[in-house]
Write a protein that binds this ligand. Structure first.
Ligand SMILES: Cc1cc2nc3c(=O)[nH]c(=O)nc-3n(C[C@H](O)[C@H](O)[C@H](O)COP(=O)(O)OP(=O)(O)OC[C@H]3O[C@@H](n4cnc5c(N)ncnc54)[C@H](O)[C@@H]3O)c2cc1C
Length: 407
């Protein structure tokens, strides 16, 4: 039996290794790029945050997020880490639960997968861009512009639209739609947010720990604590990725409220600033030692205090204004940065058209899908790759096992 896997990214490589465990199965892995795992290599800022010790159903989203649970439970974090260890990858977890390769290099993850794929019953078809999938006899014809390959079973592991420079594309959605599947609206997730505030450019490159709350018409949409990074046009960093899902979608006013001292109360801050009014500091140094210098100056100025004054001249009211700017700074948002810059695609192929225990299509027997192409996306922190490993393994084992079960 030949199992064709379209897409040599995270989920496709996991699927290929799982399907190939039965040596009677011939696996063909089609990858349109010249190399496997190109996006994987860029993950986690080149470090590859490959899983998270705290992974659970709560970290996943989609019209039916519960679809992800059986695969995530069957191949959970500990089994995934054992599997990687078996492939020769040493891993280490940060206190946050984020798991990285011990080498701190995403390359290591791609390499151990690549080496593991060197098996007699696995054929790599690199540079093979699948343009069309057709039902043929009891199987499928997998076709590029030049060639076609017959496969008894096919797994679509083409990933999502996010990160197009690294291989994100519409291909997987189109192939599955050509087989009769439907898809939900695609939105960028884990993405930077553009803002309407002119002051942001002065903070370009500044990082800060904060509580970030996304508000839609003043109502809380999402909230998290972590690192923010200011960019030329808006807000980035892990905490923004965490709260970015579905931000700025639909009508109404979107804003981000930032608390730059999430662990310190306004009273404590106020007491410290009042103490500083007895010193000879200029106001531009009011928040020195508390926040990043540039951030401190921008926040002081934004509360209407000019840098040429002395701290000793500030009134109670002005000190309270600075405290409010530090603890509750609201920035108007315009839009997410776009699919190119997003780490993951929210939305995708409708999951209730697949069996969550096998990842097999309920519409087309012998057709499977896994990874980001399905309407499942995870939070920031290794959850998306965990879904790729778990769903990929589930699809690979099921596709490889079917004929075996039938005989
Ligand atoms: C910059 C960036 C950083 C990220 N960092 C992290 C992180 O640290 N941790 C985390 O959990 N997640 C991270 N993600 C998300 C994660 O990389 C994806 O969710 C995951 O790779 C999805 O796996 P996949 O197998 O579904 O798709 P992919 O890994 O995207 O693989 C799909 C593959 O299919 C190939 N393909 C597509 N169409 C065709 C076709 N027609 N024919 C043949 N081949 C085709 C593509 O070239 C690609 O190699 C990051 C994403 C980006 C963009």
């Amino acid at each position: 039996m030949v199992v064709g896997i379209i897409g040599g990214g995270a989920s496709g490589m996991a699927a290929a290794l799982a399907a190939a465990e039965d040596k009677r199965v011939q696996v063909v892995l089609f990858e349109r790029q010249a190399r496997l795992g190109r996006k994987l290599q860029a993950t986690g800022n080149g470090r590859c945050n490959l899983s998270n010790l705290h992974a659970g159903a709560w970290a996943y989203h989609g019209d039916d997020a519960a679809f992800a649970s059986p695969a995530l439970q069957a191949f959970d974090v500990s089994k995934t880490l054992e599997w990687f260890q078996g492939l020769g990858l040493f891993t280490v977890a940060e206190p946050s639960g984020k798991v990285y390769p011990y080498s701190d290099q995403a390359n290591s993850v791609v390499d151990v997968l690549r080496f593991a794929l060197e098996q007699d019953n696995i054929t790599l078809e690199l540079g093979f861009e699948v343009a069309r999938l057709r039902r043929r006899d009891a199987g499928f014809s997998v076709e590029s512009a030049e060639r076609s390959v017959f496969c008894d079973r096919v797994i679509i592991a083409c990933g999502g639209l996010a990160g197009s420079k690294l291989g994100g594309s519409m291909a997987g959605y189109q192939l599955l739609r050509s087989m009769g599947h439907r898809m939900t609206k695609l939105r960028p997730a884990l993405v930077q947010l553009k803002c309407a505030w002119g002051g942001v450019a002065a903070l370009k490159g500044v990082r800060a720990n904060c509580r970030a709350a996304i508000l839609h018409d003043g109502i809380l949409h999402a909230e998290s604590v972590g690192e923010i990074q200011f960019t030329e046009y808006g807000l980035s960093g892990p905490v923004i990725f965490e709260v970015s899902r579905d931000a700025c979608q639909g009508r109404g006013n979107w804003s981000c409220r930032l608390d730059f001292l999430p662990d310190i109360t306004e009273e404590v801050l106020q007491a410290e600033l009042n103490r500083r009014t007895k010193t000879l500091l200029p106001t531009e140094e009011l928040l020195t030692g508390i926040l990043h210098n540039r951030l401190g100056r921008v926040l002081t100025k934004s509360s209407g205090i000019s840098g040429s004054r002395m701290v000793s001249s500030l009134t109670d009211h002005e000190i309270r204004g600075v405290c409010a700017a530090v603890k509750s700074f609201e920035i108007g948002l315009t839009e997410p940065l776009g699919m190119d810059s997003a780490q993951v695609t929210a939305g995708g192929i409708v999951t209730n058209e697949f069996d969550p225990l096998t990842m097999e299509s309920r519409l087309v027997p012998g057709l499977f899908a896994c990874g980001e192409v399905l309407d499942i996306d995870g939070d920031c922190g290794g959850y998306n790759l965990q879904w790729a490993w778990s769903s990929g393994r589930c699809a690979g084992l099921s596709a490889g096992r079917r004929e075996y079960d039938q005989n």
